[in-house]
Design a protein. Structure first.
Length: 295
């Protein structure tokens, strides 16, 4: 809920003249925000034969809301309890996500933190149709912070084309509502790629789809946060050339986002040879330089 709307709602609640109204007004006027979520890295170890396989998942946890636990009836306490994600898939979150969205329609961040474990498991274990709640989150009239953006980042790396299309729709919805932080999304995508939680070629398909709608500058702003991490890797990951191709197409349509080139791009373009990686790096570098000259 936006701060102005929050205070307006608090005034309306106080006008009720009831203990419940006063309690709701106090909650709405509290200095602490509704959103009480933070990054939570979940690590696990699985024995496969004689080896131990470690896995990493970037999730969001919810802090406790004392005011809800102390002042609201017991039936509401679930909204105020601390929640830390687990590796287990909970069917409650997968069924009827629109019902869960309705519990806190003005707090997309908490909802995203609750729904994220199932969405992540669907992406990492390649389970179809777990991304649907993301579009519902993007449609909420509520601020989108780290949890919503992390959910979108996972969705853009989904295996199945229909799930990636849902994530692209959510991305465009957030952009249309001016709730998309391209820098934050780029950082989160780079982190997920760095941990191997999503694949560059799947992300490339998603951002290419978004770019074809005309969102060239939005896509380029996201990719400028992703590409340096991938270009810095000793061995270029599969799909990097596709991401470079999308970025080049964006620059050719809308111009560069700044005069400084993407770190690592010139070195990749200078490797020589005729590989798609080198060709697309050179294409992006040339398009960037031509655009910078026109500024």
């Amino acid at each position: 809920m936006r701060r102005g709307d929050q205070h307006e709602a608090a005034g309306a609640a106080a006008l009720l003249g009831t203990p419940e109204g006063d309690r709701l007004a106090a909650w709405l006027r509290a200095d602490e925000p509704f959103t009480q979520v933070y990054r939570f890295n979940l690590e696990s170890r699985t024995r496969v034969g004689q080896s131990v396989v470690r896995s990493h998942r970037a999730l969001m946890a919810c802090r406790e809301r004392p005011l809800v636990l102390e002042e609201f009836p017991r039936s509401f306490h679930g909204l105020g309890q601390e929640r830390t994600p687990t590796h287990q898939l909970c069917y409650h979150w997968g069924e009827y996500p629109e019902h869960w969205i309705a519990t806190l329609p003005e707090d997309a961040e908490t909802l995203a933190a609750w729904l994220l474990p199932n969405i992540v498991l669907g992406v990492t274990d390649e389970i179809r149709d777990t991304i649907r709640p993301l579009l519902l989150l993007a449609e909420l009239d509520a601020p989108a912070g780290e949890a919503v953006h992390l959910t979108a980042a996972y969705g853009l790396g989904s295996r199945f084309p229909e799930d990636r299309l849902t994530a692209v729709d959510a991305l465009l919805m957030l952009a249309a509502r001016q709730q998309l932080d391209t820098t934050l999304l780029g950082e989160q995508l780079a982190m997920l790629l760095g941990h191997g939680l999503i694949k560059p070629n799947r992300l490339a398909d998603s951002v290419r789809t978004a770019a074809t709608t005309g969102a060239y500058r939005t896509v380029l702003s996201v990719l400028t946060g992703v590409l340096p991490v991938l270009l810095a890797q000793e061995k270029a990951p599969r799909g990097l050339n596709d991401l470079l191709s999308v970025a080049a197409e964006c620059v050719e349509h809308c111009g560069a986002t700044g005069t400084e080139p993407i770190p690592g791009l010139a070195e990749t373009a200078a490797r020589g040879g005729t590989s798609q990686l080198v060709r697309q790096a050179a294409r992006l570098k040339d398009a960037w330089e031509r655009s910078a000259e026109r500024v």
